[in-house]
Design a protein around this ligand. Structure first.
Ligand code: SAH
Ligand code: SF4
Ligand code: F3S
Length: 461
């Protein structure tokens, strides 16, 4: 689609919306619900940016909205079922307000069987847009408000590299997508099917965006990609990171996710010498068993993975390490699982996100023999969770008595005097403060350490 054509579509929707708003006597509202990972959070900020451009304002509740967008996740069965039930809950909004538009976007909207289900069983859904097609939101809306039929766009033009407006919601923290899609086809994973192949944004665009965020006072910037290590434009990822690190100011640069097979010496070197890059590395292991890793198509062994960990710890001994682990992958034996438990003991991650394997239709693992019964997977999951909680606590204990820099977020929901924030390494800290601290780097003396959070006292603002 031509840029000018797009501008004309946005203007046409805006004009129609203005006419409707003046007959209603109030602006039209947009209500966006986001599921899934940070990449979806970032995409939702683009959906919101486009909606604002078309004249919608943020609605506080779905009942006040003229446009409801669901940005969905397909990573596990549970995520999909939860989303379908939330979509179902909007049926009554449509009954009350027949001119309401409901759009389902994101990863689930790129699965043909789910799109069929939405078409037949959710008649109040007006349109769907795939992650690659979210830039087509204005034309989907224009079609529908011009009397067109419900549209289920599985094959819209790829819009991911188009510069769509971004309406950020993170305050002093911001996400910046540097690339989209994935080429890795880990055998359990739906992402390459729903987000297509890797596409990297030009480095000049990324640098300009980060520069303007830092200038506008944003203090915490996370670069996003399913595998940032394979970022390729005129430069590679280590070069991009060191370019960004040159931007002057007080801010933290984070990035995720790194695939262990591509974590290069050059990247380790940049992190070791950078001024703004977080002292933390998220490196998904998935399993400690080489035969499981092989069947997962991860293309590294535990030994290779340990090599990356050693290199990181050689240059930054206190670097915080986090990981993702799947338990109950097809064919995972008790011995395979013990390999994973041993890897946890050896590596001693600061934190681990663990998941019970969930078969995804169309992926090779869903067809593999030896699907693990759910009670066996559940018992392994609990054991891993409990052991890792102890390790996480042990890893946090040495911080007790130390003063650490913390970027302060808002107050807790239950006690407005207790604030939370993150250390440079991304660890959650709770402390007493007032609203003035929000968005600032403060110094906190750590008094107590638990598995998932640190507790401290502010010593300087
Ligand atoms: N691109 C990132 C992660 C994407 S999804 C990476 O490669 O690490 C986040 C995590 O969800 C994955 O690391 C994996 O641990 C988990 N996951 C992905 N597919 C899954 C499935 N089918 N069942 C259970 N967990 C899954
Ligand atoms: Fe999924 Fe693997 Fe790609 Fe990550 S690298 S998104 S786990 S296929
Ligand atoms: Fe989910 Fe899509 Fe992210 S499947 S985890 S929202 S890439």
């Amino acid at each position: 689609m031509e840029k000018r054509e797009k501008g004309a579509i946005v203007r046409a929707v805006k004009e129609k919306n203005e006419a409707l708003a003046s007959s209603l006597g109030k602006p039209l509202g947009v209500y966006i619900v986001t599921f899934g990972c940070q990449q979806n959070e970032a995409d939702s900020e683009r959906l919101r940016g486009m909606a604002h451009e078309m004249g919608y304002v943020d609605a506080d509740t779905p009942d006040e909205a003229s446009l409801i967008l669901l940005n969905t996740c397909a990573i596990r069965e549970h995520a999909e079922l939860k989303t379908l039930s939330v979509i179902g809950s909007f049926k009554k909004c449509k009954e009350k307000n027949p001119s309401l538009l409901i759009g389902v976007c994101g990863c689930m909207a790129a699965e043909s069987h789910r799109v069929e289900e939405l078409r037949h069983r959710y008649p109040y859904v007006d349109f769907t847009l795939t992650p690659a097609g979210i830039g087509n939101l204005p034309s989907a809306i224009l079609d529908r408000i011009s009397g067109g039929r419900r549209c289920f766009y599985l094959d819209t033009p790829d819009t991911v590299l188009d510069e769509t407006p971004i309406a950020r919601t993170g305050g002093h923290r911001a996400y910046v997508s540097i690339m989209y899609g994935c080429n890795n086809f880990c055998s359990y994973c739906i992402v390459p099917y729903v987000r297509d192949r890797e596409r990297s944004r030009p480095s000049c665009e990324v640098v300009a965006e980060v520069l303007s965020l830092v200038r506008s006072g944003v203090k915490d910037i996370t670069l996003l990609g399913q595998n940032v290590n394979s970022y390729r434009s005129d430069v590679d990822f280590p070069a991009l990171l060191s370019m960004l690190d040159e931007i002057p100011g007080e801010y933290i640069l984070r990035f995720m996710t790194s695939h262990p097979k591509d974590a290069s010496d050059a990247l380790v070197d940049v992190i070791a010498h950078a001024k703004h890059v977080e002292p933390h590395f998220h490196l998904p292991l998935q399993s400690g068993s080489d035969s499981v890793l092989h069947r997962m198509n991860r293309r590294y062994t535990l030994e290779k993975y340990m090599g990356v960990v050693k290199k990181l710890r050689a240059v930054l001994p206190d670097i915080a390490l986090s990981s993702d682990i799947i338990v109950g992958f097809p064919g995972e034996t008790d011995e395979d699982f013990e390999d994973t438990m041993r890897a946890l003991e050896e590596i001693r991650f600061d934190s681990v996100y663990s998941f019970i394997y969930s078969p995804r239709r169309g992926t090779p693992a869903a067809e593999m023999e030896g699907q693990v019964p759910s009670d066996v997977a559940g018992a392994r999951f609990t054991r891993l969770l409990e052991r890792q909680a102890d390790i996480s606590r042990e890893k946090n204990l040495p911080l007790v008595g130390k003063e650490v820099r913390v970027l302060a977020d808002g107050p807790s929901k239950t006690d407005s005097s207790v604030f939370s924030g993150r250390t440079d390494a991304g660890k959650l800290v709770h402390f007493k403060a007032d609203a003035e601290a929000v968005g600032k780097f403060i110094t906190v003396h750590i008094d107590r350490a638990e598995s998932f959070a640190l507790y401290g006292t502010v010593t300087s603002k």
